[in-house]
Design a protein around this ligand. Structure first.
Ligand code: NAD
Length: 486
């Protein structure tokens, strides 16, 4: 049986208390292994190791040396691709066909993209006139922020963790990562890669455990942590923001969404169906950017709904290694309970269940897993909880609309503001609507098409701050102005 230990100061270590918890595979609920749970002492050791590493060889490296090391880390993840893939698929149950295209390669790429962005980023300079006529020069100088706490979720475990660890390290910080309790494997494995590549001890640390009264809380309240970057639910983001208030530590929060898809009658309908299928159902609907509210212009409503139902019926549920499968289970039985609660609530709130709505019979071997049917509803009112709350499952509600003004109003009628997808062949309309959507990310005739040089983050309750490209610099570095009197 596997054992997932903490990775502190370059070494794997067990919990001092001996406390462990189970890690189960959502495909069939089989036991993968035991995870060590960190108490205050282990978290303290990890944070102190990270603090000390800032003053060690890591802190003395040039940007070029750090970039070379991070490129090595990316290459080594790719060399150990199969191990990362196996670990990610076991923890999440997702099809190998998906994880091998998204999770692992993009997880590795995160270590390359940011160092290149940094290497090409200019600094600011101003010449100031002074009364003596000699002047002064102002030069912007960026330094690492220090110890960054990284709190990551379970839906894209490696990808979303390295999305933060990559830029944090590229900027010269050290990190203590607390991966989701549901998916400890790939973050643990990354410790081995760091050692193999020669990343100095203490630069990358991992502590395992839960949120409240466990590793997550102990880490975010630790006074030597200089900044906290978090991806997860909005309510957890609020708790982390409170923790960060003590000592005025900086935060970057990437939180939940209830994202709209807007399908205009002048779209390429096959493109819109294909894109909406992905945005609602890929990763079993567990993508923060996913579409849970679809608005379709009335003239093509019936046709679009019929095509979506046809495509949902074709989704193939199965084990990660099943080459024909493109749809896995939810991440855990606990999360299935939450999603199923919303499936039942939709019926109570008056939805027409167009397809799905239940728990599939997967046969004796898999029935213990966290399987759920992909689901489409129609007929809900705009104030239904199913329309307003993030479900984070493979489901969407499809509703007709009649005008551009109406659909913009509907799309923005949410507490969240992470992403939106617009489907139209009229580019003037696409831009006009995109500009009015209250969200951090708007895709036109595409979805989850990411250029790592661009800003990523949410408006309203979907988060605070932007990461990606040079935008991450604001969070991962301290900008100092050096004024030199001439
Ligand atoms: P979650 O908030 O339950 O957990 C995320 C992490 O926070 C876990 O590691 C957890 O242990 C930790 N945590 C929980 N309570 C804590 C506390 N009080 N203090 C410190 N740490 C704590 O989220 P999840 O269920 O793992 O992930 C799903 C959520 O993440 C969804 O809401 C989804 O929309 C969101 N998400 C957002 C983005 C984005 O980029 N905006 C990306 C992926 C997922």
């Amino acid at each position: 049986m596997k054992e997932f230990k903490h990775f502190i100061n370059g070494e794997y270590s067990a919990s001092i208390s001996g406390k462990t918890f189970e890690n189960r595979c959502p495909v069939d609920n089989s036991l993968i292994g035991m995870v060590h749970e960190a108490g205050r002492e282990e978290v303290d050791a990890a944070v102190k190791a990270a603090k000390a590493a800032l003053k060690g060889p890591w802190g003395k490296m040039t940007q070029a040396q750090r970039t070379a090391l991070l490129n090595k880390v990316a290459d080594r993840i790719n060399e150990r691709f199969e191990e990362f893939l196996e670990a990610e698929c076991r923890d999440t149950g997702k099809p190998r066909s998906i994880a091998s295209h998204i999770d692992i390669p993009r997880g590795a790429a995160n270590f390359k993209a940011f160092s290149e962005t940094l290497a090409n980023h200019p600094t600011e300079g101003f010449r100031l006139d002074t009364p003596d006529g000699k002047g002064a020069l102002n030069v912007g100088h960026r330094t690492p922020k220090g110890v960054i706490a990284v709190i990551s979720p379970w839906n894209l475990p490696l990808l979303l963790m390295t999305w933060k660890v990559g830029p944090a390290m590229a900027c010269g910080n050290t990190v203590v990562v607390k991966p989701s309790e549901e998916t400890p494997a790939t973050t643990t494995l990354l410790g081995e890669v760091m050692n193999e590549c020669g990343v100095p001890a203490g630069v990358f640390n991992v502590v395992h455990g839960f949120g409240p009264d466990s590793a997550g809380e102990f880490l975010t309240t630790h006074p030597l942590v200089d900044a906290i970057t978090f991806t997860g639910e909005t309510r957890t983001g609020e708790a982390i923001m409170k923790a960060a208030a003590v000592g005025l530590r900086n935060i970057s929060l990437e939180c939940g969404g209830k994202n709209p898809g807007i399908v205009f009658a002048d779209c390429d309908i096959e493109k819109a169906v294909e894109g909406t299928m992905r945005s609602a159902f890929v990763n079993c609907g567990q993508v923060c950017l996913g579409t849970e509210r679809v608005y379709v212009e009335r003239p093509i409503f019936d046709q679009f709904l019929a095509r979506m139902k046809e495509e949902v019926a074709k989704l193939k549920l199965g084990r990660p290694e099943d080459k024909n499968a493109n749809f896995g289970p939810l991440v855990s039985l606990e999360h299935r309970e939450k999603v199923k609660y919303y499936y039942d609530l939709a019926v109570v709130e008056g939805a027409t269940v167009e397809i799905g709505g239940g728990i599939p019979d997967m046969g004796a071997e898999l029935n213990g897993g966290a399987w759920i049917e992909p689901t489409i509803w129609t007929g809900l009112s705009d104030d239904a909880r199913v329309i307003r709350e993030e479900i984070f499952g493979p489901c969407c509600h499809i509703r007709p609309f009649d005008s551009e003004e109406e659909v913009i109003e509907l799309a923005n009628d949410t507490d969240y503001g992470l992403a939106a997808a617009i489907w139209t062949e009229n580019s003037a309309r696409a831009v006009r609507v995109a500009e009015q959507i209250e969200a951090g990310l708007v895709w036109v005739n595409s979805w989850f098409l990411r250029d790592l040089r661009t800003a990523f983050g949410g408006a309203k309750q979907s988060g605070i701050g932007r990461e990606g490209g040079v935008h991450g610099l604001e969070f991962y570095t301290e900008l100092k102005n050096i004024c030199i009197k001439l």
